[in-house]
Ligand binder design. Structure first.
Ligand SMILES: NC(=O)c1ccc[n+]([C@@H]2O[C@H](COP(=O)([O-])OP(=O)(O)OC[C@H]3O[C@@H](n4cnc5c(N)ncnc54)[C@H](OP(=O)(O)O)[C@@H]3O)[C@@H](O)[C@H]2O)c1
Length: 213
């Protein structure tokens, strides 16, 4: 699969690296530093290169949106036309100091994003885990019971694409339903962040849903 990375920081840099190591063709984009994008592409050791957001989206089977909420409009403007594209978003609608959600209850970041790119197919995925656990999950993908990863979206084919990427990273994809379910998954992430960053256990944290009875 060809995957464009829009935002090559903690989430985009790591997920892009893992996608490349899983055999996908990756273009890293959107950083203050073009050198950082080149470095990420080299270190990914797969079919990876650096590019502009427009280049990352061109011919991509999926793009990963991994920028702060305040940068979404800017990166979308740089990308241009996303008609028909699968947009997998891990971006949460956080305020400037990342202390709270700015969209919640009556909508979600994922739904607001979908309104900005109505001709694209938005799937909300990867946003419910800390970046610190991603390489661990990938490394353990054949060794342990896989952690869950919830995703949601409105279009079946794009959800299949997202589920493949989720599986390739090493998670067990859990289809949580339509995009509006992001109203629940996004606040859930704040619980995960609390456990990851404000308890002694540390941020290498994932979750698994069980139906043991
Ligand atoms: N970090 C997590 O564990 C985590 C977990 C779940 C969800 N999320 C969500 O995922 C999204 C991405 O988070 P993140 O932690 O990966 O963010 P991040 O590390 O800050 O990465 C953001 C990327 O955007 C780039 N960027 C920001 N402003 C820019 C500008 N003006 N021009 C060009 N590039 C610019 C950054 O450039 P530089 O490369 O120059 O820094 C970086 O590559 C957020 O919406 C966050 O809420 C994060």
């Amino acid at each position: 699969m060809k995957v464009g990375i829009l935002g090559s920081g903690l989430m985009g840099g790591k997920l892009g690296t893992i996608f490349a190591r899983a055999g996908h063709e990756v273009v890293f984009s959107y950083s203050h530093s073009p050198e950082k994008l080149q470095k990420l592409a080299r270190a990914a050791r797969g079919k990876a290169r650096a590019g502009t957001p427009a280049e990352a989206a061109q011919d991509a089977d999926a793009v990963l949106l991994a920028v702060h909420w305040s940068r979404v409009d800017d990166v979308l403007q740089q990308v241009g036309d996303l008609s028909g594209k699968v947009v997998v978003s891990c971006s949460l609608p956080m305020n400037a100091d990342d202390s709270d959600l700015v969209v919640v209850h009556t909508s979600s970041g994922a739904e607001e994003l979908a309104k900005k790119v109505p001709a694209a197919h938005v799937v909300s995925a990867f946003g419910t885990v800390p970046s610190e656990v991603l390489f661990d999950v990938f490394a353990a993908r054949r060794k342990t019971t896989r952690p869950s990863l919830v995703y949601c979206g409105d279009e079946a084919k794009s959800k299949k694409t997202a589920a493949k990427l989720i599986r390739d990273v090493g998670f067990d994809p859990i289809d949580a339903g339509p995009l509006r379910v992001a109203r629940y998954t996004e606040p859930f992430t704040l619980l995960i962040a609390r456990l990851a960053y404000e308890t002694t256990g540390g941020p290498r944290l994932a979750y698994r849903f069980l139906r043991p009875f």
